[in-house]
Design a protein around this ligand. Structure first.
Ligand SMILES: Cc1ncc(COP(=O)(O)O)c(C=O)c1O
Length: 378
């Protein structure tokens, strides 16, 4: 995408920031959170995914906006949320292996928080029910949502009779509360808004038909948790009282989403501060933003955008180095810094210990990316 105003990424005391280092532009982050609430129509209609930032301070900003329901993907993220005081945590994952007892431990350690998780298989229901009631403890409980396959084909049971059986199984399982339906439709990434709207709503109609079938059978469906960034503004238009919208990337936004979804009013709010470490050839700069400090899940050549150097072309990306070609290389000295906007922000934040927080062009704080660790205490 184009970055018309490079002043947005200006930092007056950049010498205090080690490179490569994450930088959160606080005003832009605050704008994105407010925009999420605006699109949802009410903070209670949001259940943002914290995997994008894994940071306590951002959860606190969201809670201040009235966002009480949160989504996560790992036990560590769930623990971070509960520890900050979030009362309603959905682990959007099917618990298997030792993570089952870790979830039970979370319910023991944080009795003031309700935890939920997903299932798409009867075995997961039985195992979780056994673990949650182990030792004859019938005081604990977990909310369990049926994960439906939205057509993304990553996880989720297909809509049909087996999904109804799974839903009924939760209702009769000891220690489990039926939590409703989960629908992650992250495959809808069409740039053309009309095309995307048609695809998202086709999925939505299937989902609602299935939900209505459950209701007609006398089953309760307390909530539907749905949406990623691409479908978020489209699903938000449905006046469905029990809908909880769960975008994640919108918190920071990134170059990919900004390019793909030009109609969205989110702002790239996270950058990686990198410095020139070599200028060994004309028209080339070597930077210290190797693929250990950003994310290498994007195709080579498309991992970072440089607002100040729109012509930058990625040539070599190794663990600790990025070589770019640019006609403006001679304007840079060794040690000069640039802000790189990740093409995909979520894995970029996860590889840093902390983020430097910049407000009004100045470093004001450092926030720990606490849930980048796989284990906090549980
Ligand atoms: C289950 C689930 N929900 C919500 C999200 C958030 O989606 P996005 O990052 O597109 O906003 C993700 C992202 O991976 C996800 O896996």
């Amino acid at each position: 995408m184009d970055y018309p105003n490079t002043d947005n990424y200006r930092i007056t005391n950049a010498s205090e920031i080690f490179s490569p280092g994450l930088v959160i532009f606080r005003e832009r982050l605050a704008h994105n959170l407010a925009e999420m609430v605006r699109i949802a129509g009410h903070p209670e209609r949001l259940r943002p995914h914290c995997k994008t930032h894994k940071t306590r301070e951002i959860i606190e900003m969201q809670v201040k906006l009235g966002i009480t329901r949160h989504k996560c993907a790992t036990i560590a993220e769930a623990e971070m949320l509960a520890e900050v005081g979030v009362k309603d945590v959905l682990l959007a994952y099917q618990m298997v292996g030792p993570n089952i007892s870790r979830l039970v431990k979370l319910t023991d350690n944080f009795p003031g928080t309700t935890f939920g998780c997903l299932v798409d298989h009867p075995e997961a229901v039985s195992q979780l029910s056994r673990a949650i009631t182990s030792g004859g403890n019938f005081d604990r409980s977990v909310d369990v949502l049926v994960d439906l396959n939205s057509g993304m084909n990553r996880t989720g049971i297909s809509i049909g009779p087996s999904a109804i059986e799974l839903y009924e199984m939760i209702l009769s399982a000891e220690g489990l509360n039926v939590g409703g339906l989960h629908w992650y439709d992250g495959q809808h990434r069409q740039s053309d808004l009309r095309e995307r709207t048609v695809a998202v709503n086709a999925g939505w109609n299937q989902l609602i038909k299935f939900r209505d079938q459950l209701l007609l059978s006398g089953l309760s469906v307390p909530r539907i948790v749905a949406a990623g960034t691409g479908s978020f503004p489209i699903l938000a238009q449905h006046e469905e009282p029990n809908l909880e919208l769960s975008p994640g990337t919108t918190t920071f936004h990134d170059d990919d989403m900004a390019t793909r979804f030009p109609e969205m009013n989110f702002l790239p709010a996270l950058g990686i501060l990198t410095r020139v470490i070599s200028r060994n050839r004309a028209n080339h700069l070597t930077l210290d933003v190797g693929h250990k400090s950003c994310a290498a899940d994007q195709p080579f050549g498309h991992r970072l955008a440089f607002p100040e150097l729109p012509d930058a072309r990625e040539l070599i990306h190794s663990e600790e180095h990025l070589v770019i070609e640019t006609a403006h290389a001679d304007q840079f000295k060794l040690g000069d810094h640039l802000i790189a906007i990740p093409r995909h922000v979520c894995p970029a934040s996860a590889v840093h210990q902390y983020a430097n927080v910049v407000e009004d062009g100045k470093l004001i704080a450092r926030w720990e990316i606490i849930a980048r660790d796989r284990v906090l205490t549980i």
